[in-house]
Write a protein that binds this ligand. Sequence first.
Ligand SMILES: Cc1ncc(COP(=O)(O)O)c(C=O)c1O
Length: 367
Amino acid sequence: MILMNDFKAEPLPIREAMQAAAARVFESGWYVLGRELEAFEREWATVCGVDHAVGVGNGMDAIEIALRALDIGPGDEVITTPMTAFATVLAILRAGATPVLADIDPDTALLSMDSAERCLTPQTRAVVLVHLYGQVRNMPDWVDWCAQRGIALVEDCAQAHLAAQNGTTAGAFGAAGAYSFYPTKNLGAIGDGGMLVTREQALAKRAATLRNYGQSVRYHHPELGLNSRLDEIQAAILSARLQWLAEFTQRRREIATAYRMGINHPEVRLLTAPEAESAHVYHLFVVCCEARDALQAHLQAHGVQTLIHYPIPVHQQPPCLDMRRDPHGLGHSEYHAARCLSLPCHPQMSDADTAAVIAAVNDFSPG
Ligand SMILES: Cc1ncc(COP(=O)(O)O)c(C=O)c1O
């Protein structure tokens, strides 16, 4: 079976580097908020081209903390997409703000600026822009759009490690970027992990306070925060795994290129290719098909695992049925959710695996 992720197939040197990193932490006797985290925060800030990075417990908390550090909360509206991990919207709710859902662009599945425009009100304070599937697009336009309206741009970079447009990396465009290091992400820990990146020192300081109960200095709590810290062991392991990230990203791009060249089924539609190679890191390679469920069953029968990101848009989840949204509706998100399918696209896939996926897709007959 060609899997969506295959950690056991990773090269032995990665396993050894992770074991060495973990051993270092055991021997240090220091497990939370120590030197490993400080080192990895510096490394990840450098990767993102920003001055500050604050390790947190997971990607969802990174979004919540970013919003709270920007003083966004009750009474404030935050525009985002319903075609995302539920965590994006849950983070906005947990910050106490009101999510407002804008529709997607059907060619990329990314937030539509026209739809976002229709969602604006005097209460709008931020856009949480999700770099879905690993793509960064139209970032100069989004930066200008937000600046002209006096609202904050928060980037959900959970799927977009190393994605860059015009030399700027995901997380460095807006006021803050929120990363997840969940194991399946392009850079993944061996458990939960996340990071907030920002160019603004004051915001980083506030985020560091918020992740640690709202504690400014030991036993002083100027505000109410979370317990959301990136453990030393995860930080050490992420540092070790970071050495492979560029190579693995390149491999994902090679697989995506092979898919774009090889998949030619008339009923399988690909999303628009990025303008520049750097702008897509292919966390997921997504195709669309009217007979999506039949295609998925066909691929499964031919030894290809697939997943759906996402089968139910956020506004159709039971707690979100009344959530505010574009007055024109969220038709493109609903259309996409019913047709999208994620093919395996991970760095351990061989050329033969990639060819087998292409052959299986092209061989599909909807019946
Ligand atoms: C787009 C997006 N945002 C946010 C998250 C939340 O990250 P985490 O699972 O680390 O909380 C994820 C991960 O599932 C994601 O894919």
